[in-house]
Design a protein around this ligand. Sequence first.
Ligand SMILES: CC(=O)N[C@H](C=O)[C@@H](O)[C@H](O)[C@H](O)COP(=O)(O)O
Length: 521
Amino acid sequence: MPHNAQFLTDLQGGLIVSCQPVDDGPLDTIPAIVAFAQAARNGGARALRIEGADNVAAVARACDLPIIGIIKRDLPDSAVRITPFIDDVKALAAAGATVIAVDGTDRVRPVPVADLLAAIHAAGALAMADLATEAEARIASRLGFDILGTTMSGYTGGPVPAGPDLDFVAACRRLGGVVVAEGRYNTPAAAASAISAGASAVCVGSAITRTEHVTEWFRIAVDEAVSGSKATVLALDVGGTKTLAALVRNGKILERQTIKTPQGVGTDAWFSTIGLLASNWRGRYDAVGAAVTGVVQDGHWSALNPRTLAIPERTPLVQRLTTLFDAPAIALNDAQAAAWGEYRHGAGRARDMVFVTVSSGIGGGIVLQGRLLQGANGLAGSLGQIRGAPASERLEARASGFGMVASAAALGHAATTHEIFAGVENGLPWAVALLDEAVGDLAVALGDMQRLIDPQVVVLGGGIGMLPQFRDRLVARLLLEPSHLRPTIRPAVLGADAGIIGVADVSMARAHAAAERHSSF
Ligand SMILES: CC(=O)N[C@H](C=O)[C@@H](O)[C@H](O)[C@H](O)COP(=O)(O)O
């Protein structure tokens, strides 16, 4: 193993291979990780990035390359995942890591970054900071980290960008020291561009050791070539107040328009308004997907909560959309669609996940073993509809935006949700008590849901669910659950786009399946 200072010199201009297979996938085993490490060495990698103390120890025994060690944890009360604890640092050092990387982002964390850095140096290892912004890089550099890594850029909120963050590499370069470009260097050309942008070394993971991801990249390219234009979806998200229409291709929104959802105009007028919304996109899409508030069963749409949107019982939505847009159409409940969107392109990339949206109402969606559950009647995942006890009202009537506004009114406060949250911010006791009660109700429901479905992650979205005031309180309440029964909450990353991205994905998959059934080979 090279001496530390020598390692930093040797790393200049080198390729680091991150051997982190897809979690729980068939290659997520110690022998496979060791094999990846040896293969990377044979291919000319200068160093390895390995997750988990056991994996680091096994790779250190079998391969003579220096190791950047990390431990990833999903914490209930912090979004920080990479090496959050001093004990993690000690375990990695004992396992043989030359460098130990920690999340260096400016987020709520269990142990200050400076303490982790001191522990790494005390253990005789080099320290790498995994960063997302220039401000964080400046702090990490000042603290004395040996390596600045661009690892976290694009992963601290919002949709993950398609390409790497070369500007951030250049910004780190300007700070001086050793810079590792990491994150979405998915092609040799992208890795080379990192060096041109000023990186000392490039770390590549998914493109080399996540076979599932690479397969998917190829599969999408082949699908597009096979189906030609069969890849653009006109996606609609019909909510109680707003309707969003977009052209979506492979999880990316190409163009979008929003209108106020037509209310009380009758079904025919309603459909012609929706038709007009997309009239200038005619000929540019091959399939249609609608994510709608309410229940969709066999292509028929019914209101679950007529207060949100009054539509006639069993409106033949799919048939009307097919005729209106002259393209194959599908429809899904909006929360189910958003669940699929977050699962495929957002924060829910786990085998089993539940999506919960808290906004004016409460909705949910369940993805188990990679399949979206719709249920026999289209109701699967309708968390807002559960009662909990015979005399109880639905959860939605208590813990949603509508519910909180009604509770405030019952207490004599005519307040909007916005005003309730402002009241919480200003410490008004009635507002704080009301929010705590809503959060308490949701925490019980999520605890019960965890017992029933046992997902790996629960992605929390919706205008209210995304508010830190709401999420932090919910996470704190869930800490009262025993750890093995406690949901792991992750903030949604697709925001208001989750529904259209999800429904477009399902619509595209159905269009491909139909094309395959009709193809002649
Ligand atoms: C954000 C985060 O947690 N990144 C992780 C850090 O270890 C890994 O999941 C990445 O695979 C690694 O950074 C390499 O990046 P890419 O797989 O894009 O080549």
